[in-house]
Design a protein around this ligand. Structure first.
Ligand code: SAH
Ligand code: SF4
Length: 388
């Protein structure tokens, strides 16, 4: 599937590729570092504004057809809970959504990482909660503890999960590595984030199936880690269960944490709500999960969207326990977020708590994901470029 012309987008280039371009133009090698500094760290969205670069080099790059490749923030919707949903447009007119969630929560709690431990601590007591909300003092004027950025990997999605609004768009195209990284940079810039002082998380849980755009997704991850200097332990990718890619992902040297959208404890229900189950059934998916090489203290996440009267019965919780109890994991319960064109019902909070209590009693750690930005269509599964 095509993505945009990533060859001329500076944000898509690894340090090696950028160095090759610079050398080809007859410039000294250190210029590559300067270009990378300007775009990945100073977040310059155009070559003209990159004040650290000589004018001659900038015009050479433009003549050769290079551009930075920052997305345009076309629209911004702010929720009463502080969540911001961005509509980000690319050069060819296509757009995706990116979400900024101050204070999380995309289910970082209990995942065995530093970010997860912090989340747990914050959930733990009122005392730590109030401390956390002023954890970072920015020059004595602004305070912010942490935030999570949810980014898209494709324009639309081909997977066709029946409960997801993004599925209604179908898939238009893959995003290039630069378009994935660009979403992060645009949001960081919009919030003037200082990555050295503020605790940021990235979740690849926006529009699209990252493992169906695997190469570009992984290149974006490496650029985020190596160029933007975003810690990999603070990134999580969610997949609907593309089994061969899960296996390949496990072999990556640099990789985010893994979340799998399980959503049902048996094939019959899963096939109904996630047709992709016909290609890789739950047994195949859980085999890949069981063999996934977790790092010390790392846990795999299973996401489970609770749809009333479809997969939220007590018996389903017991079935789920049996299927995942031998895997070092946690379960993130997500109450269905409704939207036009999707025919499911949100379970009551009591029902969600009841489901969770069965997991807890069986010793399977689970967390209820806080819905963020439902009022502006920014919550899980609601991203379909709704203009409200
Ligand atoms: N395509 C990937 C990542 C994006 S979806 C995946 O499916 O895993 C991120 C999460 O939102 C998934 O766990 C998905 O199951 C969940 N989700 C989708 N639609 C939803 C909805 N309407 N309500 C709540 N969660 C939803
Ligand atoms: Fe695609 Fe994920 Fe939505 Fe399924 S839940 S349609 S995989 S974005």
């Amino acid at each position: 599937m095509p993505s945009s012309s990533s060859q001329t987008e500076l944000l898509s280039l690894s340090n090696q590729e950028l160095t090759d371009v610079i050398l080809r133009l007859g410039e000294p090698r250190f210029r590559a570092r300067q270009v990378a500094d300007a775009i990945f760290r100073q977040r310059r969205d155009s070559l003209e504004t990159a004040s650290n670069l000589p004018a001659a080099l900038k015009s050479r790059l433009v003549e050769e057809g290079f551009h930075v490749g920052f997305p345009q923030i076309e629209q911004k919707f702010t929720s009463i809970d502080g969540t911001v949903r961005y509509l980000m447009a690319f050069g060819d007119g296509q757009s995706v959504e990116t979400v900024w969630m101050p204070e999380g929560d995309f289910g970082e709690a209990g995942d065995g990482t530093e970010a997860g431990a912090e989340e747990l601590e914050e959930l733990g007591s009122e005392a730590t909660k109030s401390r956390s909300s002023e954890a970072v003092s920015l020059g004595g004027t602004k305070t912010r503890s942490r935030a999570t950025i949810c980014i898209s990997s494709q324009v639309g999605c081909a997977v066709n999960c029946q409960f997801c609004l993004t599925a209604l768009l179908g898939v238009k195209r893959n995003l290039s590595p630069g378009e994935i990284v660009g979403q992060v940079l645009a949001v960081l810039r919009d919030h003037s984030v200082d990555l050295e002082r503020e605790r940021m998380n990235i979740v690849f849980m926006g529009m699209g199936e990252p493992f169906l755009n695997y190469e570009n997704f992984m290149k974006a991850v490496r650029l985020l880690v190596e160029e933007v200097r975003f810690p990999e332990s603070r990134m999580t990718v969610s997949t609907s269960g593309i089994v061969p890619r899960i296996v390949e992902f496990g072999r990556e040297r640099i990789r985010p944490k893994l979340a799998i959208s399980l959503n049902a404890p048996n094939d019959e229900i899963r096939e109904r709500i996630m047709p992709i189950t016909r290609k890789w059934n739950i047994a195949a998916l859980l085999d890949a999960a069981r063999e996934f090489p977790l790092r010390p203290r790392e846990r795999l996440t299973f996401e489970y969207v609770l749809l009333q009267d479809v997969n939220d019965a007590r018996e389903r919780a017991r079935e789920l326990v049996e299927r995942v109890r031998d895997i070092r994991c946690k379960v993130n319960l997500i109450a269905f977020n409704p939207g036009p064109g999707v025919e499911y019902t949100m379970p009551t909070h009591e029902r969600v708590l009841e489901f969770q209590s069965i997991l807890t009693a069986a010793g399977v750690p689970s967390y209820i994901r806080r819905p963020r930005g439902r009022d502006i269509y920014a919550a899980c599964g609601q991203l379909k470029r709704t203009v409200v």
